[in-house]
Write a protein that binds this ligand. Structure first.
Ligand code: NAD
Ligand code: FES
Length: 296
């Protein structure tokens, strides 16, 4: 059992929890995720790690309520327990394995959209802890939906907050800020990391392709069981079939077929859609194990 030591509402439908999970906290890296199970019969919910405290043995997760399971999850309070917290899963962000001296020669731009701010935070914090300055754009629909601003401010080189309605910070979507920084303010970026809703990542990638900035995206949103078994997170990257939970979750955004991934995500939600996908994808329909039966 894994005890919740802190539970806090960050914004409408967005909650933060610190969970005692010493083994995960000891070894997790930016980019990885955990699977949380509320009780024995509970759904497996993959969630990106927002922060970790190796000494306290806690990991921080941010939950956006999207259905019955997440609604039930956020009703838990400090002192309550999760049945299971499995992880760390997935692959760490590429920069974790890079030589820090080489990284110092590159300028990174992190683009966080809405709840995607949570997985961006540990990456920017990692940069800060390694003496690297990164620029960060945080976008949200309105002022009330901007999360982790103070935390991000403490670790970012420059932080640009933008809201779609202009109720806080700049006005406009994250893509408008990228354009402004590069085209009007003379900024140069070697790598962009964009994490947020699929539609945001798609449009950031279209823009950064034009601007010639290599871009990494996180395909967490299409994951369901997070173990390579269900096949939900199948996507095409550079013409090859990949599974976000085992091959990712981070990929070269300029190689990701977003339209296919978004269409597939919608189809996967219905029984009829899954039957159609199975027909279309044959033996490769399911994930890593290839013989689990998945949705049969
Ligand atoms: P949102 O819809 O409020 O969008 C956040 C920001 O993204 C906007 O303020 C805007 O700046 C930008 N954006 C949105 N559409 C855009 C477009 N067409 N062009 C350019 N920029 C655009 O975000 P939300 O409701 O907080 O996001 C929820 C989604 O984020 C969920 O679907 C969830 O799955 C996803 N998410 C993704 C990750 C990940 O790892 N990629 C992590 C957590 C959450
Ligand atoms: Fe099920 Fe990846 S989330 S195979």
């Amino acid at each position: 059992m894994f005890q919740i030591v802190k539970s806090e509402k960050l914004a409408d439908k967005i909650y933060l929890m610190d969970v005692k999970a010493p083994r995960v906290a000891h070894s997790c890296q930016p980019g990885e995720f955990v699977i949380v199970k509320m009780d024995e019969k509970g759904e497996r919910i993959p969630l990106t790690i927002c922060d970790y405290d190796r000494e306290a043995g806690t990991v921080t997760i941010v939950i956006q309520t999207v259905g019955a399971s997440t609604e039930k999850m956020v009703r838990l309070k400090a002192g309550d327990f999760f049945e299971d917290v499995v992880g760390p899963l997935g692959n760490p962000s590429d920069f974790v394995r890079e030589d820090v001296e080489e990284l110092k020669k590159k300028k990174y731009l992190f683009v966080a959209g809405g709840v995607g701010t949570a997985p961006v935070y540990p990456q920017v914090k990692w940069f800060h802890e390694h003496g690297l300055d990164a620029d960060v754009i945080v976008g949200a629909k309105t002022k009330d939906l901007v999360i982790l601003e103070k935390e991000m401010e403490a670790v970012a080189g420059n932080l640009y907050v933008t809201t779609d309605d202009g109720s806080y910070g700049r006005k406009g979507m994250v893509t408008e800020v990228i354009k402004d920084l590069v085209e009007n303010q003379g900024k140069h970026y070697d790598v962009c990391v964009a994490i947020g809703p699929m539609i945001m990542m798609k449009f950031v990638c279209l823009l950064t392709k034009e601007l010639n900035i290599p871009t990494i995206v996180s395909m967490n949103p299409i994951m369901v069981d997070g173990t390579g078994m269900c096949g939900a997170c199948r996507l095409t990257v550079g013409g090859k079939v990949k599974f976000a939970c085992v091959d990712g979750p981070e990929f070269d955004g300029h190689e990701v077929n977003f339209d296919e991934a978004m269409k597939r995500q919608q189809m996967y939600k219905t029984e009829e859609g899954r039957a159609m996908l199975k027909l279309m994808e044959g033996d490769t329909h399911h994930g890593g194990c290839g013989n689990c039966g998945g949705d049969e």
